[in-house]
Design a protein around this ligand. Structure first.
Ligand SMILES: N[C@@H](CCC(=O)N[C@@H](CS)C(=O)NCC(=O)O)C(=O)O
Length: 229
């Protein structure tokens, strides 16, 4: 059984990390048995000091692998007889592009829409750590950074343009079937879905329609994580 160290909110059942969601979906795609270890920000150092300063980390019978993309590559190779995450080397290369696109373009926009909401759903020790580390990085209080978000939602939706155009032509980012590229963007959108009440997507957006289908994959695993009330 594979163990996934998975970031958790104040309620340990609430899992929201975009990178951990990619790995969860990849494990389910491969049909692998896995358990998760709920891991607050402030426990990563003590539990995983030897391995990583960030989650996700997986422990596959003593073999620890860190970084969501590295984990996906590992699973693809170690479980090559299971359904492919990338559909070959070309798919793997393009998935790398999506990893950087979400990291560099979408995540900074989402952060400024929901960072205070994320803070509010963390445990007390994590709240203090999160505020100190993120306010330094973002150059303002969490409240000031998130303030006026309604005016910035359209810019976020516009940034999803390449995904929207693609999903008008094909059912999945992976093509005819869901693959790791779908799990990359699913993780990115699951993060604010779980931690904020803000409606980041318009209901009639093809990206929203695709996201609903993603939530149903693998027995509805992502939908089963309730959104913040
Ligand atoms: N490139 C890494 C990024 C992982 C990452 O940034 N994880 C965040 C949680 S979403 C984390 O563990 N942060 C630790 C911290 O901020 O102290 C991956 O893809 O796994």
């Amino acid at each position: 059984m594979i163990l996934l160290y998975d970031l958790c909110a104040g309620d340990p059942a609430v899992r929201f990390s975009p990178y951990c969601w990619r790995v969860r979906m990849a494990l389910a795609h491969k049909g692998l048995d896995f358990a998760t270890e709920p891991t607050p920000f402030t426990a990563i150092g003590e539990r995983l000091a030897e391995t990583s300063a960030t989650v996700p980390v997986i422990d596959d019978n003593g073999r620890k692998v860190r970084d969501s993309f590295e984990i996906a590559l590992y699973l693809e190779e170690a479980y090559a007889d299971r359904p492919s995450l990338f559909g070959g080397p070309g798919g793997r290369g393009l998935a790398r592009f999506l990893d950087y696109w979400t990291l560099g373009t979408l995540h900074p926009l989402i952060t400024r829409l929901v960072v205070k909401d994320i803070h509010d759903r963390l445990g007390a020790a994590d709240q203090a750590y999160f505020r100190a580390s993120r306010e330094g990085r973002l150059g303002g209080t969490l409240e000031a950074v998130q303030a006026g978000r309604d005016e910035r939602i359209e810019a976020f939706r516009a940034a999803l343009g390449p995904a929207r155009a693609t999903l008008k032509r094909q059912p999945w980012l992976g093509g005819e079937t869901p693959r790791y590229p779908d799990y990359i963007l699913l993780g990115t959108l699951q993060w604010p879905r779980v931690m904020s009440e803000a409606a980041l997507l318009a209901a009639d957006d093809p990206v929203a329609e695709w996201f609903e289908r993603c939530l149903d994959l693998h027995g509805g695993m992502a939908r089963a994580m309730p959104r913040a009330a």
